[in-house]
Design a protein around this ligand. Structure first.
Ligand SMILES: NC(=O)C1=CN([C@@H]2O[C@H](COP(=O)(O)OP(=O)(O)OC[C@H]3O[C@@H](n4cnc5c(N)ncnc54)[C@H](OP(=O)(O)O)[C@@H]3O)[C@@H](O)[C@H]2O)C=CC1
Ligand SMILES: CC(=O)N[C@@H](CCC(=O)OP(=O)(O)O)C(=O)O
Length: 347
């Protein structure tokens, strides 16, 4: 069987190397090109020794003539890169999966105001599919361009989905209190990512506005089929991988803890990458570290009118590279979990 030819633009960041780690165990793909402008010519295994003996590839410049020979190209680049190359790639018959935010927001005015740049290809937005497989599986199968969801948006949307689709909570008062490990800030050197700045401390950030807010709101509004009011507060945790999102909603009617549990279990019963844990479980980021799983639990504390959901993912896997591979599997009619059966690391 001919293997799917893969290109990765932006191979020196954390999501790029995570794609390489996951694709190393994929039965149906071959990585043909991996780019870096600053490290062009360097062997991949010289930068990432965990890949020694697995990839005999060197970083190369991101060139359209090479990338357009691939079947699929992943962009593991900063925002604003994929949109400049995608129109020519899809014209050449290449499928595109963008791990950045270039295609995540449908309203171009909203996108441009949050990302601070003009969009390079608004004309292709109609055919872009938001790559959250648990919600958009059938559309993903037929897509040429996938907007891979953000890390916080993945944990938050999966956690709220059962409540919103059933209209169980007051959509004017949704709260997502989310925490991320430092790898979420990327591999680039920044003072804010230094060990001395991030260890032994814990803080909220982006309270007055984070670029994931419009993305999450867009997804929740599709689920609720109405405008929602969401308070989203991200926090930076002194750990490397993982996101925990604690979600709060005010119940509109009297539903028992048992029925909430049943709703969550039934909603995700067929999903290979969402695990609804038994009542009273406490999902921990360690339970998903290195794996493509989202684990969650639902509570109605003291039988009150607030429902609490806690949802955990690995930001680099289900929050980025793993979800991107899951999307690729759907686009190429492969088993959805191909290359993604890693069990979480413990401890
Ligand atoms: N870290 C995370 O948890 C998550 C990250 N993401 C998103 O994934 C994307 C990648 O993030 P991350 O892996 O952290 O890495 P970085 O943003 O640190 O890495 C960026 C990579 O892109 C390359 N690059 C930068 N500018 C360009 C350009 N103009 N043209 C081509 N290549 C370029 C860089 O190599 P070089 O400059 O040498 O070419 C480097 O390999 C980002 O958009 C991020 O927001 C999404 C979900 C989670
Ligand atoms: C801890 C940290 O800094 N996290 C990043 C979000 C992670 C990320 O890379 O965002 P995308 O998923 O949209 O690409 C932030 O708050 O900007």
């Amino acid at each position: 069987m001919k293997r799917i030819q893969v290109g990765i633009v932006g191979g020196t960041g954390y999501t790029g190397v995570e794609l390489l780690r996951l694709l190393a165990n994929h039965p149906a793909v071959e990585v043909k090109a991996i780019t870096s402008r600053s490290e062009a010519g360097l062997a991949v295994a010289d930068m990432f020794p965990n890949l020694r003996g697995i990839y005999d590839l060197a970083f190369s410049e991101p060139k359209l003539d090479v990338l357009s020979k691939c079947d699929v190209v992943f962009f593991a680049t900063p925002h604003g890169v994929a949109m400049n190359m995608t129109p020519e790639l899809i014209e050449a018959g290449v499928k595109v999966i963008d791990l950045a935010a270039d295609f995540r927001i449908e309203d171009m005015d909203v996108w441009e105001s949050w990302y601070g740049m003009p969009h390079a290809c608004p004309e292709i937005m109609d055919e872009v599919v938001y790559g959250l497989p648990e919600l958009n599986r059938e559309k993903i199968r037929g897509a040429r361009v996938i907007a891979n969801p953000g890390c916080y948006p993945t944990a938050v949307q999966l956690g709220f989905y059962p409540l919103l689709k059933e209209g169980l909570v007051d959509i004017d008062h949704l709260i997502a209190d989310a925490k991320s490990g430092i790898s979420g800030a990327g591999r680039g050197a920044k003072v804010g990512s230094l060990a001395a700045e991030t260890s032994e401390g814990f803080k909220a950030y982006g309270i007055s506005g984070h670029r994931h807010l419009p993305e999450i709101r867009q997804g929740l509004e599709i689920m609720a089929d109405a405008q929602v009011n969401l308070t989203f507060v991200p926090h930076l945790l002194p750990m490397i991988r993982g996101i925990e999102a604690t979600l709060y909603g005010k119940l509109k009617s009297n539903i028992s803890q048992e029925d909430l549990q049943k709703l969550y279990e039934e909603t995700y019963a067929q999903e290979c990458f969402v695990d609804v844990m038994p009542a009273n479980s406490l999902p921990d980021t360690r339970m998903v570290k290195g794996s493509n799983m989202c684990r969650m639990a639902v509570y109605r504390p003291e039988g009150g009118d607030v429902v609490v959901v806690t949802s955990v993912i690995d930001n680099l896997v289900k929050g980025a590279a793993g979800q991107a591979v899951q999307n690729m599997n759907l686009m190429f009619d492969l088993e959805e979990d191909a290359g993604l059966t890693q069990v979480a690391l413990m401890p």
